[in-house]
Design a protein around this ligand. Sequence first.
Ligand code: ZN
Ligand code: ZN
Length: 225
Amino acid sequence: MGMRRIISSIFFITGLELSSNTIIITGNEEYLIIDPGLPENADRIIEAIRLLDLVGKRGKILLTHMHFDHFGAIYRLQYYNSFELMIHELERDYLERGDPFYTVANIFGIKEIMPIHVTKSVKDGEIIKIGNINIHVLHTPGHTIGSICLYIPEYKILVSGDTLFSNGLFGRTDLPTGSIKNLLDSLRKLSGFNFDILLPGHGSMLTEKAKKSLKLALSFARDFW
Ligand SMILES: [Zn+2]
Ligand SMILES: [Zn+2]
């Protein structure tokens, strides 16, 4: 099912077709799912929870941004377990009112979505701890207003959502709340962090020398802007 272990407690699951990729981080009592993906991706997540022996532990979900291809699986996962849900504070309302336009559910052919209760909003500089892994929240608007990247300094890992892809491209900035100017600023901000491994929202990951993708993205974004 396309699950790969990055380090002992961090796993990367390649998304099914248009679905986002998913990252699972495990601790002793709890685990974190970053971007569960589209509804059809839920079976993969449930299989991973079983395989990783996480059944019965406290499950949390963190979204890199408010797009349906990153969170749609929540509707199916909620039947399976009750998860705490976290997203950047600027995008909380869109999920809580079930907005099909800002979440781009409409692009996936879904005209109405159920409101989703957000347990906790996160912001830049915050650190989320799962087991012995410290996950730093970096606010990186551009693809959407509340997009975040997650930085794990101890292992030089960057979870980049749709802000940066392995091939040096980045998510579109023409969707609601998108801004190429913000995206360029966010890429510049990422230059200040030391990472070797890139776990992006779509496409393949990079397990070494990941910063080259950022250099490429910066040159593309400058051309755009
Ligand atoms: Zn996406
Ligand atoms: Zn997106």
